[in-house]
Write a protein that binds this ligand. Structure first.
Ligand code: ADP
Length: 747
């Protein structure tokens, strides 16, 4: 076909070397392309021929080649190159007749290196400026808009055409007008400088739009400023975002501050950047004192090495948890459990770290105390002066303290870890089994402490009595065992045995004495009666001189005294021995008192004394043996009279409460010293003053009173302000009540 059309070699050559590209298109397909044309399209001619021409044209320019194609002038048309790039070429299209059919001749003309670029960027800029979300504006040197992009309409709602020619300040919110004018007067900084500031502009319906403005100079080709070009960016979103961020930060700050843990932020050189309230509390420093300081400032010397190593790990991206000691302001320190996380930027550079400090000073202190306590317990067990051992369920010894060693004679090394000890301590198999069974039974009753006394055999063969306290124990490995505490009670038991022997001996001796008492009294009584009888006879037989009668009278007095003594001794013996029994019953106390007072009247008259007695509690009843009550009253009243030289008086009173009746016998006599008060109820005890005042006293009366009162279920005691100041003897008796009496009489 080529040969046919361009038959002449010269033409063909011309076509081939033509500096313009020539393309013949028939029915849309490339029928021919010369070398220049192919080169402009970046392809070999053969690979172009036969293909749809329109495929080489950029879509927005394809229109030119569709439908009716009138003769065109030069057009700039975008082509797609084989390597994917785009190129702008000058194109001229002519419709021609070729071999009797319509065809299209396309002449392609390169535009030089810079043309396609300039054009392309112009297109791009145009698109960019219009599509930009920001407002792009150009103002002349009088401050009037000469260009506004679509961004202006989008932001303000005004069509841009309305505003071309109007002053820039008209759209600015009033409070910013002054600022804008000043900036406008000063102009942007020289060179490519940008003047930047934030203002608010007012859109349709008064809508305020916060914008950030950047303005630069717009020069002409010679470099003279012909206006200003500016970009206004709607920052309401950013403001909202900033406010949100601020709020979030505050919230975060609040959370950090209420956290129970200290939080610190360190920069890439481990310098303090910020710290929350708890961290400030822990360190005790004001933030200003700490911020900017690195770890050597706040780390305690003890933990410097640890911290240095951990911080190095952190730079390598390790999350760390560890315990370290930190300095506190004023010389103190605290221990903290630290959890730290490193922070990296998007390029993977170490930015710093966040650390969380949990104060564990108290826990450590507690731990130390527990340790101390354990040590203390260990020593206590070791040094306690009781035998302590722990034994497992198979009878193996797990603990054996010093006292156990001392008493048993077996050292810890000998017994620990084996069960042989039972055979050693209890050599008798029968006894051993009994002990072991008892131990096993303890397990059934977990909480109980068992007590038992057993005789062990020590290493030296000595028998010792040990009082054991045993308690089941859960050993740390889950097994059951026993804690056993023992006291060596051998000496105690021996002493008890000796004491029991003494007591039995005393009892035997006292019975012997009683037997002697009553025997002597009985033996003395008959001869005394006989002697008394003969003295009477001789006194009344007559023929005796006055002097002889005097001697006889003396003999009679002494015999009477002796008789009284014998009677008292008999009474004591009978009260102490089995012989005398009391017969308590319900009696009215007042008649008994009156009877004794009546009995004593002659002596009182003789001595010119009287007894004060107002019968109070006239109907009071006691539960007692009437003879015993008479004996008590007679003795105490007779003493009161005897030891009260006339004209000193005696008084008697009766008081009662729900359970007891109390009688007080007071006198204004010689009194009793504190030393004597203690012994006055002992048998045969008499005070010195007492002996002088009453020659024929025996010192037995009060001991009988004591026996009678106590065996009636009451108490007797004496009170005296001192010698020469009188005394009060008091006793109680169980009161009789219809509901019965608490008295445990005649014990
Ligand atoms: P006696 O009166 O026969 O000596 P008691 O046993 O009755 O024996 O008394 C013992 C001693 O207690 C008396 O010797 C006397 O020293 C002292 N005593 C007893 N009653 C009184 C009293 N009311 N005032 C002072 N001393 C008394």
């Amino acid at each position: 076909m080529q040969e046919k059309s361009f038959s002449s070699d010269i033409y063909r050559h011309l076509v081939e070397v033509s500096p313009v590209g020539l393309v013949l298109v028939r029915a849309g397909k490339v029928a021919f392309i010369n070398r220049t044309g192919a080169a402009l399209l970046g392809m070999a001619p053969d690979s172009v021929v036969g293909r749809e021409f329109i495929d080489f044209v950029q879509p927005h320019d394809q229109e030119l080649f569709l439908g009716e194609k009138p003769e065109t002038g030069w057009e700039e048309v975008g082509f797609l190159l084989a390597d994917g790039r785009a190129i702008i070429l000058g194109v001229r299209v002519s419709e021609i007749e070729y071999e009797d059919e319509p065809a299209t001749l396309v002449v392609l003309h390169g535009l030089g290196e810079e043309r396609p670029f300039a054009l392309e960027s112009a297109i791009r800029y145009k698109t960019l400026v219009e599509k930009l979300a920001d407002i792009v504006f150009v103002i002349d040197l009088k401050g009037r808009f000469i260009f506004l992009n679509q961004g202006f309409t989008r932001a303000t709602g005004y069509p841009s055409s309305e505003w071309i020619g109007r002053k820039f300040t008209e759209i600015v919110a009033p409070e910013y007008v002054e600022l804008v004018c000043e900036r406008f007067r000063n102009g942007p900084p020289p060179g490519d400088g940008v003047s930047q500031y934030e203002i608010e502009i007012i859109g349709q319906e008064g809508k305020r739009i916060p914008v950030e403005i950047r303005v630069t100079s717009l020069p002409d080709a010679e470099g003279n400023e012909i206006g200003r070009i500016g970009i206004a960016r709607d920052v309401s979103e950013r403001r909202k975002f900033e406010e949100e961020l601020k709020r979030k930060n505050e919230e975060l700050e609040r959370i950090l501050n209420t956290m129970g843990e200290g939080v610190v932020v360190l920069d890439h050189r481990h310098r303090m950047v910020s710290l929350n309230r708890k961290a400030r509390e822990l360190f005790g420093y004001d933030p200003e004192e700490m911020i900017g300081k690195d770890y050597t400032f706040w780390c305690h010397p003890d933990s410097l090495d640890t911290l240095r190593a951990k911080l190095a790990d952190r730079e390598r991206g390790k999350n760390e948890t560890y315990t370290a000691r930190f300095r506190r302001k004023g010389g103190g320190s605290f221990h903290a459990h630290v959890t730290a996380v490193p922070i990296f930027d998007e390029t993977g550079r170490f930015q710093g770290s966040i650390g969380c400090l949990q104060d564990i000073t108290q826990e450590l202190e507690l731990f130390r105390r527990v340790e101390e306590l354990n040590e203390f317990n260990r020593r206590l067990i070791e040094l306690a002066d009781v035998w302590i051992d722990v034994v497992d369920s198979e009878g193996k010894i797990l603990l054996w303290n010093r006292e156990a060693e001392r008493i048993s004679g077996y050292s810890r090394e000998e017994v620990e870890g084996h069960a042989k000890i039972w055979e050693w301590l209890y050599p008798d198999p029968e006894y051993r089994r009994e002990v072991w069974e008892a131990q096993k039974r303890m397990r059934l009753d977990d909480a109980a402490t068992r007590r038992a006394e057993r005789t062990i055999c020590t290493k030296s063969g000595e028998r010792r009595i040990i009082s054991w306290h045993g308690r089941p124990l859960h050993l740390s490995d889950g097994r059951a065992g026993w804690l056993i505490v023992g006291h060596d009670v051998t000496e105690e038991r021996r002493r008890e045995i000796r004491l029991r022997e003494y007591a039995a001996e005393i009892e035997r001796l006292s019975q012997e004495r009683n037997r002697l008492f009553s025997m002597a009294a009985h033996e003395l009584r008959t001869p005394l009666t006989v002697i008394r009888g003969f003295i009477d006879l001789i006194q009344h037989a007559g023929g005796l001189s006055e002097r002889q009668l005097g001697w006889l009278e003396k003999a009679r007095e002494e015999t009477d005294h002796l008789g009284k003594l014998v009677t008292q001794l008999l009474e004591v013996a009978r009260l102490d021995g089995e012989g005398k029994r009391l017969f308590p019953r319900r009696i009215r106390l007042v008649p008994v008192i009156e009877r004794i007072l009546h009995e004593l009247k002659p002596i009182l008259t003789e001595r010119g004394q009287r007894i004060d007695y107002e019968p109070q509690e006239a109907d009071v009843e006691v539960y007692a043996d009437p003879q015993a009550v008479e004996g008590i009253l007679r003795n105490l009243l007779a003493n009161a009279i005897s030891y009260t030289p006339p004209p000193g008086g005696v008084s008697l009173s009766v008081t009662a409460d729900e359970k007891t009746v109390r009688v007080d016998v007071s006198d204004e006599g010689v009194g009793i010293s504190p030393d004597d008060e203690v012994r006055i109820f002992d048998e045969f005890y008499r005070t010195e003053t007492g002996k002088r005042l009453k020659r024929d006293g025996s010192g037995i009366g009060l001991s009988i009173v004591k026996r009678l009162v106590e065996r009636s279920g009451g108490r007797v005691w004496v009170d005296s302000p001192g010698e020469g100041k009188g005394s009060t003897f008091s006793f109680t008796l169980p009161r009789f009540r219809e509901s019965g009496t608490d008295a445990d009489t005649d014990r």
